[in-house]
Design a protein around this ligand. Structure first.
Ligand SMILES: Nc1ncnc2c1ncn2[C@@H]1O[C@H](COP(=O)(O)OP(=O)(O)OP(=O)(O)O)[C@@H](O)[C@H]1O
Length: 319
């Protein structure tokens, strides 16, 4: 879908992209980085709106330096900042954008109605945008990016300014852009956690450089920490404590999972192969307790990112 090769963008005072080489396939891809990492700059280059200083990039097999117009026909773009006219309705605005993309009038109206329904703005579609909430404005921006049925959309910080419920709804919509319509998505965020839930693949940039590019499952690979939860019985009214004491007696260090959901009932211990599983099972059976779950914890992207950051600091920043 997207391929860049040693792509750089230098402004007089700052290098926004620094020899970035990355390949992005179909699906939902997250582009993560702190503010100023170079995410918006990359999107503008990929749309052929801003020339790179060095290197090359292709979107859907088209060269960004020479085929920008063809790219913009096939790619939808939801910009980061508020860019909507306040005194027209969502329908008028999205129809206009559809017409600009080359759709004939009837098709533009039909596609607009379908797209606004899809983003959940159908009821309010004839009201002026100026009276919309932030969440509704984000949906209008999303609708105009989708209305010409692109193969790929670039969504720049679509959850910005949204409360947690609005954020979850937007993330659900983004996921469905791919599952319902087969449109691939490149979505930027400075929040790692939300991309973990939404994306198949994550690209992390920092200071214009590629920090990491891998599938979300690789990011959230299993750890060696086992999470164990047991039932209580009359004999052991605090089953969790009984298991912890029994494991301690056998020389196994156990932590309580404070900070995790269900804290107080979860025991965390380091798995040292199959023996650890057998030992835990034997201890629980010996106490006559029921095993609710025993599973390997998964990493969260933010933990991996922190590790990467620490490693980078250790080798020295600005190499
Ligand atoms: N037109 C410009 N002129 C000069 N510097 C620019 C320009 N556009 C971006 N920059 C700088 O390039 C760097 C990368 O900016 P960019 O907007 O791509 O970051 P970002 O990751 O999208 O962050 P944000 O989410 O804050 O927009 C920043 O230091 C920014 O100040």
């Amino acid at each position: 879908m997207i391929a860049t090769e040693s792509l750089s963008k230098r402004f007089p005072r700052v290098t926004a992209l620094d020899r970035l080489s990355v390949d992005v396939g179909p699906g939902v891809t997250g582009l993560v980085g702190a503010n100023g990492a170079g995410k918006s700059t990359l999107i503008k280059i990929l749309l052929g709106l801003s020339p790179a200083t060095e290197g090359r990039a292709e979107v859907l097999g088209l060269d960004v330096a020479t085929e920008g117009a063809a790219i913009r026909e096939r790619v939808g773009y939801m910009p980061e900042h508020d860019c909507l006219p306040p005194d027209v309705s969502a329908t008028e605005f999205v129809v206009h954008m559809a017409r600009m993309s080359g759709l004939p009038p009837t098709a533009a109206r039909e596609r607009t109605a379908d797209t606004l329904r899809h983003v959940g703005l159908y009821e309010e579609r004839y009201r002026p945008i100026g009276g919309y909430s932030t969440g509704m404005k984000q949906r209008v921006k999303l609708a105009q990016a989708l209305v010409h049925d692109p193969q790929l959309v670039f969504l720049d910080e679509p959850t910005n300014g949204l409360d947690p419920v609005g954020r979850d709804e937007m993330l659900g919509l983004i996921r469905r852009i791919h599952t319902d319509f087969g449109i691939s998505v490149l979505v930027t965020s400075h929040l790692l956690g939300e991309l973990e839930r939404t994306c198949d693949h994550v690209v992390v940039v920092d200071g214009g450089k590629l920090l990491r590019s891998s599938s979300t499952t690789d990011f959230t690979q299993t750890t060696t920490t086992l999470a164990v939860e047991v039932t209580d019985t009359d004999e052991h009214p605090d089953g969790t404590r009984a298991v912890r004491d029994a494991l301690h007696a056998r020389g196994v260090t156990v932590e309580d999972g404070s900070g995790l959901p269900g804290a107080g009932r979860i025991l965390l211990l380091t798995a040292r192969g199959e023996d650890t599983y057998d030992l835990v099972r034997d201890v629980i059976a010996g106490l006559g307790l029921g095993l609710v779950r025993m599973e390997q914890r998964r990493h969260h992207i933010s933990e991996v990112f922190k590790d990467d950051e620490q490693r980078k600091e250790a080798v020295g920043h600005g190499d």
